[in-house]
Design a protein around this ligand. Structure first.
Ligand code: UDP
Length: 312
C-alpha cells in the first residue's frame, strides 16, 4: 500500500511510519512541524519507499500518484500544546480533516482518523465504551481539542455516508514511549524528566484523578489493524490498566530511583477525573489487545528520556 500519514513527524505519526515501512508499505509523511520534529523521521530520509512533505494539511493538500491509505494524525495533542495553539488545533480537526477526506475520496483510499478519549470529556460513565456520547465543555480551554475531534468524527461519518468513503475512527487513550517531547507538558514526560533531574514532581489537584497508559508499540499495532480492516465505527485503543496520578508519580519515583519530592499544583480546568478504555470492541473487531505491561513500557520510556536529558 502507499500510505499518507499526516502528522508523520510527530510522536505517534513517526511510530506509524516505522511500522508501515517495516510491513513493506510506501509512506508519505506530511507535517507542518509545529509540534512534530524532523529528527523523528530522519532515519527514513534515504529510504526510497519514504517521502517527507513539509506541508500544513489545514491548507489545500495535493499528493501526486496513487494513495491507498491515509492516517490522519496531524494535530497538537498535549493539553499545553492545544492551549498554546487553539486555532491551529480547531483548524486541523476541521479543515485538515476535510482536506484529508477529500483526498481519500479522490484517491479511493481508506482513511483512519486519529480521534481521542477526549471526545468523552470528563466522563460520567466508567470505563468508557464507544457508545458513550461524552461530557464535554465546548467553551472551556480543552474544548478546542475535544470539539475539533468530535467535529472530525462527524465529518468522517458524513463522508462515509454521503460519498461512500472507506473510513475508520480510532479513539486513542493516553500513550507513552520514545519521541514524546520532554516539554510537551503531559504527565509521562513531565514526571520522568522531573524525577531524573531530582526536581519536585508536579502533581495537579490531589492526584486522585486516574489515567490508563498504553505503550506506543501496542497502540500503533492496533491502529495498523484498524487500517487493514473495514471497520467504520469508532474503536477505543488503549491499555485498561488504570491508576491514580498520585500512584503514577510513585511508580516513576521507584523506576528512576529518584529522591524527588512531590508538590501539589492546581488541577487544570475540566481535567477529566477518571479515564479508562473499555477495549471490548478492539478485541472483538480487530483481535487486538495490549501486550506490554506498564512497568515494562515505562522502563523503555525512562531509558529514552535518560538519553534525552544526557544529550542536553
Ligand atoms: N498532570 C499532573 N502533573 C503534570 C502534568 C499532568 O498531575 O505535570 C495530570 C493532569 O492533571 C491529568 C493527568 O496528569 O490529570 C494526565 O495529564 P496529561 O497532560 O498527560 O494528559 P490528559 O490525560 O489530561 O489529556
Amino acid at each position: 500500500m502507499r500510505v499518507l500519514v499526516t502528522g508523520g513527524a510527530g510522536f505517534l505519526g513517526s511510530h506509524l511510519c516505522d511500522l508501515l515501512l517495516n510491513e513493506g508499505h510506501e509512506v508519505i509523511a506530511m507535517d507542518n512541524l509545529i509540534t512534530g520534529n524532523p529528527d523523528n523521521i530522519a532515519r527514513h530520509m534515504s529510504n526510497p519507499k519514504f517521502q517527507f512533505v513539509h506541508q500544513d494539511v489545514s491548507q489545500f493538500v495535493y499528493v501526486e500518484g496513487n494513495v491507498d491509505g491515509i492516517l490522519h494524525f496531524a494535530s497538537p495533542a498535549s493539553p499545553i500544546d492545544y492551549l498554546e495553539l487553539p486555532i491551529q488545533t480547531l483548524k486541523v480537526g476541521a479543515l485538515g480533516t476535510h482536506n484529508a477526506l477529500g483526498l481519500a475520496k479522490a484517491k479511493g483510499a481508506r482513511i483512519v482518523l486519529a480521534s481521542s478519549s477526549e471526545v468523552y470529556g470528563d466522563p460520567l460513565i466508567h470505563p468508557q465504551e464507544e457508545s458513550y456520547w461524552g461530557n464535554v465543555n465546548p467553551i472551556g480551554p480543552r474544548g478546542v481539542y475535544d470539539e475539533a475531534k468530535r467535529f472530525a468524527e462527524a465529518m468522517v461519518m458524513a463522508y462515509h455516508r454521503a460519498h461512500g468513503v472507506d473510513t475508520g475512527i480510532v479513539r486513542i487513550f493516553n500513550t507513552h514511549g520514545p519521541r514524546m517531547r520532554a516539554n510537551d507538558g503531559r504527565v509521562v514526560p513531565t514526571f520522568i524528566v522531573q524525577a531524573l533531574a531530582g526536581e519536585p514532581m508536579t502533581v495537579f489537584g490531589d492526584g486522585s484523578q486516574t489515567r490508563s497508559f498504553c505503550y506506543v508499540t501496542d497502540l500503533v499495532r492496533g491502529i495498523y489493524k484498524l487500517l487493514m480492516s473495514d471497520e467504520v465505527n469508532p474503536v477505543n485503543i488503549g491499555n485498561p490498566t488504570e491508576m491514580t496520578i498520585g500512584k503514577f508519580a510513585e511508580n516513576v519515583l521507584e523506576l528512576t530511583e529518584s529522591e524527588s519530592s512531590i508538590v501539589y499544583k492546581d488541577l487544570p480546568q475540566d481535567d477529566p477525573k477518571v479515564r479508562q478504555p473499555n477495549i471490548g470492541r478492539a478485541r472483538q473487531v480487530l483481535g487486538w489487545e495490549p501486550e506490554v505491561p506498564l512497568s515494562e513500557g515505562l522502563a523503555h520510556t525512562v531509558e529514552y528520556f535518560k538519553k534525552v536529558v544526557a544529550a542536553k
